[in-house]
Design a protein around this ligand. Structure first.
Ligand SMILES: [Ca+2]
Ligand SMILES: [Ca+2]
Ligand SMILES: [Ca+2]
Length: 253
């Protein structure tokens, strides 16, 4: 059991230093309880998730559970409900290639205020748009929804625009690190809020992945950690059982 204890504890026991353009993503079973209505619905809903600030007044809560990444983007500064226009986009650079343009394993997902169905885009299409993104069919389990906050919001009780996402990890190829870009748009002020800050140069263009930040599962739990522990525990249990059984058999021989 000592070995299992070390495997469980060592990855999270060393001090880590994060740069400004890094987000630490945590494992949270509570994500299973998220009610996808585009807002912080009840007191505990997003409490067990990582907290980051995208840009003054725009909050990100993010976690992973099972086969999905879960994210809440809370735009407390957008109090104008521009239905069908206010939106938030999260982009992932799978394999963290940091290429100059988005490649085939890079994806963007958009949630729009007032729309229950989100949009999915894939990179690697140089002739489709300025960002070489192509709209693709949504995969099973994907959710991206924009909503209007209420008194349950953790950061501001005044009604404002917020977004919830459920993004399938298998589409992104499971990894402990991705390149990430987040963009939040308020149609009323025609303002973009981005993470990392200040990298958006053209209104219709997603910035180059070379400029994006990174999202990191520091305990490596996002790709496979739980399966490894499970397999190891089963093997350990079998070994102990076999040894006990052989002692028992020897006693009666
Ligand atoms: Ca909710
Ligand atoms: Ca707005
Ligand atoms: Ca990539």
């Amino acid at each position: 059991m000592k070995i299992l204890f070390l495997i469980l504890v060592l990855p999270i026991s060393f001090p880590f230093v994060f740069a400004d353009n890094e987000i630490f993503i945590t494992f949270s079973e509570d994500m299973n309880l998220v009610n996808f209505d585009g807002k912080w619905t009840f007191f505990h809903e997003w409490k067990e998730s990582t907290l980051d600030t995208i840009e003054g007044g725009v909050i990100l809560r993010i976690a992973h559970y099972g086969d999905y990444i879960y994210a809440l983007i809370d735009n407390t500064v957008d109090r104008t409900m521009d239905l069908g226009l206010d939106r938030a986009t999260i982009c992932f650079d799978s394999k963290n290639d940091k290429n100059f343009i988005l490649d085939k394993n890079d994806y963007c997902f958009t949630a729009t205020l007032g729309r229950e169905s989100g949009l999915s885009y894939q990179g690697g299409y140089p002739y489709t748009s300025l960002s070489n993104l192509q709209k693709i069919p949504n995969v099973n389990g994907f959710i991206a929804i924009g909503g209007i906050s209420d008194e349950n919001d953790r950061y501001d009780k005044n009604p404002h625009v917020s977004y919830e996402f459920k993004i399938p990890l298998n589409l992104l190829e499971r990894s402990s690190k991705y390149g990430v870009y987040i963009e939040v748009f308020d149609a009323n002020s025609y303002s973009f809020y981005t993470w990392p800050n200040g990298i958006k140069e053209h209104v219709r263009q997603i910035p180059s992945p070379a400029l994006w930040g990174e999202i990191i599962s520091i305990d490596k739990s996002m790709p496979e950690f739980h399966n490894v522990v499970l397999i190891f525990s089963v093997l350990l249990f079998m070994t102990v059982l076999t040894k006990k059984f052989s002692v028992f058999v020897n006693k009666f021989n």
